[in-house]
Write a protein that binds this ligand. Sequence first.
Ligand SMILES: [Cu+2]
Length: 723
Amino acid sequence: MKRNRLGAFAPTLSTLSMVIGVIVCSHAIAQETQLSPIVVTDDALPEFGTSLEGKALDSAKFANSDTATLLSTVPGASFYTGGGVSSLPVLNGLGDDRLRITVDGMTITSACPNHMNPALSYIAPSSVNQLKVYAGIVPVSQGGDSIGGAIAVQSAPPVFAKSGEGFTTSGNFSAYHRSNGSVDGVNLQATAATENLSLTYTGNSVDADNYEDGNGKEVAASRYKVRNNNLKLAALTGTDLWTLAVGWQDIPFQGYPNQSMDMTSNKSLSVNAGYNGNFDWGTLEARAFRQHVRHKMDVLADKAAAAGFPVMDSYMPMDTDAVDLGYSVIGTAQLSETKTLRIGNELHRYTLDDWWPPLVGSGGMEPNTFWNVNGGKRTRFALFSELDSKLNDKLSTQIGARVEQVTMNTGDVQGYYDASAPFGDAYETDAKTFNAADHKLKDVNFDLTASARYISNSNETYDIGLSRKTRSPNIHERYTWANEAMMAGLMNNWFGDLNSYVGDLNLKPEVAYTLKTSADWHDAKQQNWEVTVTPFYTYVQDYINAAVNTSSNPYNMSGLLGRSSLKFVNQNAELYGVDMSGKKLLGKLYGEWTIVASLDYTRGKTTDGDNLYNIMPLNARLALDHKLGSWSTTFEQVFISAKDDVSAVRGEQTTAGYSISNIRTSYELNKTVNFTAGIDNLFNHFYELPLGGLEYATGNMINAAKPVRAIGRSINAGISINF
Ligand SMILES: [Cu+2]
């Protein structure tokens, strides 16, 4: 494990249009000991995953404020973009709630009908020490309630003083600036530690204005402001490690160009306690956590202006109050030299209130509070077991089974008004129907994973994996109830497509069957060259998709040209494709040059013949890395083909192909100071985001909304200082 992440970024500060950017990271102080992770692992095990840490992460950190995008070099990864720090990651065409995403072991739910606050929005890129990604085939110990894959993000492990050293302090400060959107960020990390106790504070902030596209035109409501804090206490007793972390976040605003709403406040408080212990029989990891979030939405003034709305204090207040609560206990026993057994139990309970206060004087949004979800509950209880075996020198296997019970419930709802209002019955019939139904639901889900790795010789490794994975519907998919499309349905949308959605109590869990193989060819020392080819096929039974809402509610019509009123439905779907990557050391000429290339192809469609929504078109990345002493540089070219395979039912719009160039360089001085600079979208190319949805402010009853415009050229710089 790499413990030194200096490298971080670099940018810096600026009062006069200079650039800066920084990132923090570096817990790194050489003279301190770091507890090695207590996990029984074996390189021989099959793994359809990628682990990013150290330099591999640092190169991306200053160029973005959005932790999900640290995955951008992972084959098969893409992003549904929305808010500046809240992209929803996708692996091989399955994203958002279809991935299991944890932050320091905590399962955090997007507590918003637009999924504005997903798990990775609670940790800044600068605070990420390690990012593990499993695409398609996921060990059951890492999975559960997901069908696409898993992403586990870890902040830096605690640092203790060395034996005999007594008391020590260490830390890092970093700052960065990005020209497009005038983004300023600062990060601070400080640790005070003895041999047995360690206290670390981590804080960061980022302020961003609206960015400009490649034509120099501003994208309204792309601005944001974020404050994150975390205090972590760790104690060592013998070989046991205890941790207690408290985190709090404040996002005063985060704009969403592809939603009718914007985040106007997100305040959270989390408590996360962990234990890692060694016993005669093996190791025990335990964790308990709770996160409370208060989330608010309305429309930011600049978006309202861009959409042509009259100036008002509030356009539509929306409120969310949610709690994620959970624990996990995982025991790992080394049964023999060739067998490791893992047994675990997890509980995750999510509760949600989602209400929209009346707007006095609005006519259509009063006099009652609109209850979108009233006392929603979703509890998962899981047991799993996993066996790692080394059958011989060449062949290793992993098999696992997981059973998970998901129970859900919610209370009664009401709309803004009843049928006695002058506008008639937009809500009352739907509310009565919903309240008369039984809301209590229970699913029992089974997951199975079997995988094998065959190391043929020092040049060839082959993996194969087969799995069955299950995800139960989320609260909004099952419990949103109002067919009224212009107001209620459009608010229940985490796709950025500006359609209206309504839930269905009868939705079944989606079950995915995946077959994935991987071939890895490389030189014996794995330093000179490598080529990896990873094809996959997934069949999803009861994939939760959308169909035209045939409700006879008289207000079941969209207020936006080309947008539809849709309803969540179970369909069958299949996804297939291939990820390829390779690298080659070119040689030495004023430093060392390496070429790195990757290509992803994913196809997704329903068995009825429609394309799945938001599937990343064929894309490739070509990078030339240069290293000379403490100086490293990457020249990157990204190629994205046109998005033509679009979802008919969602009225998905095509986007044109494009190619952009990025340059990043960093220089490390005395292992203490790190300077970073870069230019993204060097040639200021104008393009539309394939997975960005539609720009709300460009659509109305006469004009169809256009795809969200991507950011133009940005000059970035940062500095990181260890102390
Ligand atoms: Cu929201």
